[in-house]
Design a protein around this ligand. Sequence first.
Ligand code: PY5
Length: 328
Amino acid sequence: MNAYCYFRSQFMPLAEAKVGIVTHALNYGTGCFEGIRGNWNAEQQQLYLFRLRDHFERLARSCRVLKIQLPDSPEALCELTVELCRRNGFREDVYVRPLAFKGSEAIGVRLHDLQDDFALFAVPFGNYHEAPDGLRCGTVSWRRVPDLAIPTRAKVTGIYVNSALARTEAHEHGYDEAIMLTKDDYVCEGSGENIFAVIRGQLVTPDPSQDILVGITRDSVIQLARDELGIPTIERSLARNELYVADEVFMTGTAAHVSPVIEIDHRPIGTGAIGPITARLRELYFQAIYGRHPKYLHWCTPVYPAHTALSASERDVPAGMAAADIAG
Ligand code: PY5
């Protein structure tokens, strides 16, 4: 099946969406992006895009920082994303990547007097981490980019050099994921995840002044913990040694979901197995993102029209036929 993307104001085959090597964003990292998951609910034959609007609103904020003009409003970009997923006829978990960038082929480091470009693609995507029993993490020597160097609330492509350095250092030391500290040596986040500790029945996570990317999964988990489990979250600076002695630690991110951390710097966390609060939150989070928790359906944007969202037994369609075909 041909994969479609949206690039320069039109849908086109993904394989044909190319930029030249002089492109500003490729040379200097002057782009903003998002990562959005589409979660396939086989029972309902529906693909749910999770917190779609929130992602495009964050993209709009990132673009303000980089002086990039998006081609349309967050609302219209949501519709475009639904349309893209429909055209691709996905019937599995996917990852959607909007990318807004300085597309001029120009030499010269700056944000002004450059043309903006926008691309949107989606690819099938399963687990980000291959560690079903929990992550073994290591604190790395690289510090998280301070907000005053590159605004960390913005999801800027260039910032990810920092994440890549951290992740590869962790990998080369045999860990599954990196824990980055701030310039002041407090806990910041993973290479692509926020981090939480469970301490005496409460969640503790670095507050936004700690140079974190303010994650949408982080926000979802804070809400689920509060409203479903009655567990409050304290946002404050968090010392590395507090992680070592926490009852539980987990990471959150669109790609990573809720990922238990069972070991940090060769020290088991809690019992060294997935903790009960982490397990409960992960379960609630999965219910929410697959559209299985009625209370959180407002977080889920269905891709396919409701009449195609029948249960498997109700569907009278040959196996292997794309939902897009059914939708016509
Ligand atoms: N911190 C960083 C540095 C991130 O890159 C991400 C997301 C998060 C936190 C969590 O944010 P959210 O919950 O809004 O996803 N990372 C991207 C993701 O799609 C890219 C990972 C490669 O998960």
